[in-house]
Design a protein. Structure first.
Length: 130
């Protein structure tokens, strides 16, 4: 399902935030963990776990999303997911909180910054970022 919604092919100049929004909108609420988890537990997931990230094993899509928040919004994605980020703390539903944060990211960040951050994520994945 990830491949249908999130375009992260080598030809892609960056992953569109809209792609993440469309993907997460499709995930049923019953799969979202309402308490902090480390990717997944008991068939419940956080946003990174839904993107396939596991302990010491990130994906291009999960690393890109993490860096979009860190480098472009100056917010830790894990704080958003765990409801520790003050900006989004009033949204208790984890799915709605992440979707709202993604919409803020989409409205705030310039395409140029997304492209730079995406290149950084690809370099990290390939072991070329220091």
């Amino acid at each position: 399902m990830i491949k249908e919604f999130i375009d992260a092919t080598p030809e892609s100049p960056y992953i569109k935030v809209d792609d993440y929004i469309k993907f997460f909108e499709q995930i049923p609420l019953r799969l979202w963990s309402t308490s902090p988890v480390f990717y997944f537990r008991d068939d419940k997931y956080d946003g990174l776990g839904l993107l396939g990230e596991r302990i010491h094993d990130f994906t291009l899509k999960s690393k890109t999303l993490e860096l979009y928040f860190k480098d472009c919004l100056e917010v830790k994605l894990t704080d958003v997911l765990d409801n520790n980020e003050e900006t989004f703390k009033d949204i208790e539903n984890p799915k709605e909180r992440l979707l709202h944060a993604l919409k803020v990211l989409n409205e705030t960040v310039k395409e140029r910054d997304l492209k730079i951050t995406y290149r950084k994520a690809k370099n990290i994945l390939n072991g070329r970022y220091y």
